[in-house]
Design a protein around this ligand. Structure first.
Ligand SMILES: *Cc1c(COP(=O)(O)O)cnc(C)c1O
Length: 401
């Protein structure tokens, strides 16, 4: 048995179990009050105390107020901690809430961060429009090039921020090499693991200090909940993050935590299907005359293929491609599918298509993070592959330059 760092709940010593067993059981022992096999939705704000300043002992030990701790959220936090192999997991109201809490825990006004020149648009906006006004400076660097990241690091750099694979260009960052860059200075390496999920990649095992998730995506997996998470490798960093989670208040609610836990149980089987469908989509795209370039880390000629092979278990379900005929043709393709739903977000069971330049990454227009106008991004779902291929083929055939 390992003892839970927060409330003394015991979770079984899971180290010997496989990922899919952990996804279903970690943090989710039968409910101590009722024996319920699945953690109940503890829809409650406050908890009775035994005496003034004395928290209850016995069932549900240690809870006082649901901003600082809630059993349903806590089950999710423990599950995420185990899946990422960290010391502390924390669940937030959204991915961006998790990011904001992380930056304002680790940085103070006057500090600096290095962010990817190919980052999620909302992450870029958080640094460029919000945290810059709080006095945190940022530089963008290509995370595929550790020398460029090293050149961007300053004495006051506190975070090196990486996504891998990146959104939307599916570039691959070498986590081990970037951890070495960050640790040469005084910085922590943060990896946004949203695209890979812990099933395909565990950044802490490659030297990262903190993992960020938008659990809205693959972890939740059903496009029915918005959430975020942080997992820290180090218990002391985890403790400071937990302090700020409570002090800043951007927590995941009990129902959102419960939906996310339910999604996580099938993460492994979903990711396997996402990937096999994506591989068939990639085959179709690479041989289609209307497609100028396919970005997918599983392709042998992808510049990050060797690194992806080393640090990932698989290449995932996200595929981007450039359309012959430029922006107008790309927009036409994105608007011409039937099964692929034209929508932002990703990682759900249903396939989605979007035009990053005008949708998810519109806020990066005119910045170093601007994306090509002829780019289309697919989140390949787990529907029948034959239907997805027919849908894409007809959309491409309908959109000649
Ligand atoms: C969606 C996303 C985020 C932001 O998460 P929200 O849950 O939407 O706040 C951060 N990083 C990546 C890579 C994302 O795809």
């Amino acid at each position: 048995m390992t003892s839970d760092p927060v409330h003394g709940f015991a979770t079984h010593g899971f180290d010997a179990y496989g990922f899919d067993t952990l996804a279903i059981h970690a943090g989710q022992d039968p409910d101590p009050a009722t024996g319920a096999v699945v953690p109940p939705i503890y829809q409650v704000s406050t908890y009775a105390q035994d005496g003034v300043g004395g928290l209850r002992t016995g069932l549900g030990v240690g809870y006082e107020y649901s901003r600082s701790g809630n059993p349903t959220r806590h089950a999710l936090e423990e599950c995420l901690r185990v899946l990422e192999g960290g010391a502390r997991g924390l669940a937030f109201a959204s991915g961006l809430a998790a990011e904001d809490t992380l930056v304002r825990t680790v940085c103070a006004p006057g500090d600096h961060v290095v962010i990817p020149d190919d980052a999620y648009g909302g992450t870029y906006r958080l640094f460029a429009q919000v945290l810059s006004r709080w006095g945190v400076a940022w530089s963008a660097a290509s995370v595929t090039d550790p020398a460029a990241v090293r050149a961007a690091v300053r004495p006051e750099t506190k975070l090196v921020w990486v996504e891998t694979p990146t959104n939307p260009l599916l570039s691959i960052a070498d986590i081990e090499a970037l951890a070495a860059v960050a640790h040469q200075g005084d910085a922590l390496l943060v990896v946004d693991n949203t695209f890979a999920s812990p099933y395909l990649q565990q950044p802490l095992t490659h030297g990262a200090d903190v993992v960020v998730h938008s659990t809205t995506k693959y972890l939740g997996g059903h496009s029915d909940v918005v959430g975020g998470a942080l997992v820290a490798a180090d218990a002391e960093v985890g403790e400071r993050l937990a302090y700020h989670q409570n002090a800043m208040g951007a927590i995941a609610g009990p129902f959102d935590a419960w939906l996310t836990l339910r999604g996580i149980k099938t993460l492994g089987v979903r990711m396997d299907r996402h990937e096999s469908n994506a591989q068939q989509v990639v085959e179709l795209l690479t041989s289609h005359p209307q497609v100028a370039q396919v970005m997918y880390p599983g392709l042998d000629d992808h510049p990050g293929h060797a690194v992806a092979r080393r640090q990932m278990r698989g290449f995932g379900g996200m595929v981007s491609f450039r359309v012959v005929g430029g922006e107008a043709a790309a927009v036409r393709v994105a608007e011409s599918t039937n099964i692929f739903v034209l929508a932002e977000s990703l990682g759900g069971v249903e396939s989605l298509v979007e035009h990053p330049g005008r949708m998810t990454h519109a806020s990066a227009a005119g910045s170093p993070l601007e994306v090509p106008g002829d780019l289309v991004r697919l989140s390949v779902g787990i529907e029948s592959a034959v239907d997805l291929l027919a849908d894409l083929r007809s959309a491409l055939d309908r959109a000649p330059a």
